[in-house]
Design a binder for this molecule. Structure first.
Ligand code: ZN
Length: 179
């Protein structure tokens, strides 16, 4: 997912913050945002209503649910943006990404110069990319996994603070084969 031309990570996808502490590079989060946003646009542009899909959600119990994946994806995309972005970022997100206004029109309406506007766009992409990948239990990224559903082979996890699970979590973002 990392850009080979990235000056911070040089295509490694990981940045050293301080001695021994690494975190994913912002170029990875921006790439995740673009992948999710491209799928969002495909959902918006396709026909208004599709049939429901049948998903297997818990392997051992054989439970299945009906869902409208495309509509759920669009709702999740905008709801995460509403939750994560602050007021100014949300306004820019709506104008530029949802309403499709060009940057010149946005700059004029928001009374903002071009440099500040693109700084905001980078910040929005970084924040949303991270949230799309880390939202639990159903992250938007990988997009193919969101739409195909995940069949859990083992028993469901007990409710409670996922401290142990958080510790095991690793920074791994990669491009799915089907994307
Ligand atoms: Zn990078």
């Amino acid at each position: 997912m990392a850009r080979t031309s990235c000056t911070f990570c040089e295509g490694q996808g990981v940045r050293l913050i301080r001695k021994g502490v690494e975190r994913p590079c912002n170029c990875v989060f921006r790439a995740i945002f673009r992948a999710c946003f491209n799928r969002f646009r495909e959902c918006v542009e396709s026909s208004p209503l599709k049939t429901v899909s049948l998903d297997y959600c818990a392997g051992p119990n054989g439970r299945r649910t009906y869902s409208r994946k495309r509509e759920e994806y669009m709702a999740d995309f905008t709801l995460i943006a509403n939750r994560v972005l602050d007021e100014e970022e949300l306004r820019i997100f709506r104008f530029y990404y949802l309403l499709g206004a060009g940057y010149k029109l946005c700059c004029r309406q928001l009374k903002m110069d071009r440099t500040d506007f693109f700084r905001y766009l980078y910040r929005i992409q970084r924040k949303l990319g991270r949230s799309f990948a880390e939202t639990e239990p159903y992250a938007l990224y990988p997009v193919a996994e969101y739409f195909s559903g995940v069949v859990r082979k083992g028993p469901s996890l007990p409710p409670g603070p996922p401290a142990a699970q958080q510790q095991k979590k690793k920074w791994v973002y990669c491009l799915p084969l089907s994307a």
